[in-house]
Write a protein that binds this ligand. Structure first.
Ligand SMILES: [Zn+2]
Length: 233
């Protein structure tokens, strides 16, 4: 399912190799409460309307099923590049490793989506050995692992991709994070939470894999705010 117009989007930390690669939320399907599901869909639609998202879905970035019953985390990444989202998508595509995030958020707040919410993207990759247990995730073979290459015994756990959404922020070392970009991430998180009907836990990539360079120290306060209440401020 590719609307794929030709292009657009990109990635980020994948450029620096950060992406080697990666609920239960309560009340998701709300069995027996059909009205609740449609209300949730309406809320998600309203959130979506506030965002500037261009879809550039590419089949080679889609690695399997990740329905609401599997969604638990939102993983934030930096692209570590001055490239914009469209260029990053092209970079990912040409790299032919299968690596991509679901979304890339440009510095002006515009967003490119390359993988549908209910599909697995290779954005988190391998994490520290022991992190599958720490984060309560497992790789139950829904992920086709196409393009995935192990990176050693110290980073052998691979469950995060199957249970998360990846968001890349266009960011190069030394830059700030523009308000428009942070507000777009706020809106994207609100949309994702509304879509699934529960709040996903927010982490950054380096929490999953120790030593990963993104997100930057400049993002630490925003990350703490996202984890506390879902917005950067
Ligand atoms: Zn990353």
């Amino acid at each position: 399912m590719t609307y794929a117009i030709t292009l657009a989007l990109v990635g980020a930390c994948a450029l620096a190799g950060c992406t080697m690669a990666g609920g239960d939320g309560a009340g998701r399907e709300a069995a027996g409460a059909p009205g609740k599901a449609s209300r949730a869909a309406g809320i998600a639609e309203a959130q979506l309307d506030r965002l500037q998202i261009v879809q550039d879905l590419r089949d080679e970035f889609d690695h399997g099923e990740k329905g609401a019953q599997h969604q638990r985390y939102i993983v934030l990444h930096d692209t570590e590049s001055e490239a914009d989202a469209a260029s990053i998508v092209e970079y990912w595509d040409q790299a032919n490793t299968g690596v991509a995030a679901h979304f890339i958020v440009n510095r002006d707040g515009s967003i490119v989506q390359c993988v549908p919410l209910d599909r697995i993207a290779h954005h988190a990759g391998f994490g520290d050995t022991g992190h599958n247990a720490l984060y309560g995730v497992t790789d139950e073979s829904r992920d086709d692992r196409v393009g995935t290459v192990p990176i050693g015994d110290a980073m052998a756990d691979y469950g995060m991709n199957s249970h998360s959404i990846g968001i890349e922020m266009a960011y190069a070392a030394g830059q700030d994070y523009p308000a428009a970009q942070l507000e777009a991430v706020d809106g994207l998180i609100a949309y994702i939470n509304a879509y699934y009907g529960f709040e996903s836990r927010i982490i950054d990539h380096k929490a999953w894999r120790t030593g990963n360079s993104d997100t930057s120290s400049a993002f630490a306060e925003y990350l703490a705010n996202y984890q506390d209440h879902g917005t950067h401020d």
